[in-house]
Design a protein. Structure first.
Length: 289
């Protein structure tokens, strides 16, 4: 009797957990669609902007635009921006990003480069606080709906410091959104700025007014901010994809556990009934004797 009560209690507990994970899966699926739309909208714009810059770039522009300068030899100081989520329950999503960030920090410091770490997201901030790693800056207000203004707030101070010579490089560790099942941690160097050049394509003819240098002066910071925005939206989409996958797996596992517990409950009830019948038959036989 006690065993059947315990099994029923466990079944009710797992059923409640399954309801929660199923609800979280549905919420993540809804948010994933919006996040995917932002990724799809950001990628073509970034590609087109990079192609225009690649067509307009010339070697003599490095002297005029400091964000194009490359440090001679080993960089002395690099700013590393690590992106994580504010919430958990998304499988190994945050652990993979933190692992990649730690590996890059170790690689840079092993080469003699000073690293200042800028973390975005509660999970990454909490981990580096736990291991007592000093953070140059931290933010938890972006969440899963990043905006171009967020990207501008993050990257503009670093761009100004790079132009002033205080930094020799800026990199970001983010989750590249391939599919809900594939969100690999990715390292993106954003400073010094290197717009992608056209490969095997004919350079279009531009009529430039007021002039290429004036246009590049506007496009370079815009391209840099767009790179940061793309990293933010891809990480947000990857988080929702990872959470949906994790919650679906949890829901499926809960269903399998409920089936197992119900089979155990049925066997226990059958054994209990069999025992009661045996006792009744035994008592009847004893009265006959």
């Amino acid at each position: 009797m006690a065993k059947t009560r315990e099994l029923r209690r466990r079944i009710r507990s797992v059923e409640k957990t399954r309801q929660i994970t199923k609800t979280m899966e549905m919420v993540a699926t809804s948010r994933l669609k919006r996040a995917q739309d932002r990724v799809v909208g950001a990628r073509p714009y970034a590609q087109a902007l990079g192609e225009v810059l690649g067509d307009l770039m010339a070697p003599d522009l490095v002297e005029r635009f400091p964000i194009l300068r490359s440090p001679a030899g080993t960089p002395k100081r690099v700013a590393l921006i690590g992106l994580t989520s504010n919430r958990g329950l998304c499988g190994g999503f945050n652990a993979n990003l933190i692992r990649e960030t730690r590996a890059r920090v170790a690689e840079l410091e092993g080469a003699g480069t000073a690293v200042e770490l800028h973390m975005i997201g509660r999970k990454g901030i909490g981990f580096f606080r736990f291991i007592r790693r000093r953070l140059a800056s931290q933010r938890t207000d972006i969440g899963d709906r990043p905006t171009p203004e967020h990207a501008d707030q993050i990257v503009t101070p670093l761009m100004e410091r790079f132009a002033a010579g205080e930094l020799d490089g800026v990199e970001v560790i983010f989750a590249k959104y391939v599919s809900p099942l594939s969100t690999p941690p990715t390292r993106l160097p954003i400073l010094p700025l290197r717009p992608p050049a056209r490969e095997g394509k004919r350079t279009p003819y531009y009529i430039l007014r007021p002039g290429p240098e004036e246009i590049i002066e506007v496009l370079l910071p815009l391209y840099l901010r767009n790179q940061m925005y793309r990293a933010l939206v891809e990480t947000a989409a990857s988080e929702q994809g990872a959470r949906r996958t994790a919650m679906k797996n949890a829901t499926d596992n809960a269903g399998e556990m409920i089936d197992t517990l119900r089979r155990s409950l049925n066997r226990a009830r059958q054994a209990q009934i069999t025992q009661e019948l045996a006792e009744i038959v035994g008592g009847a036989e004893a009265q006959k004797g």
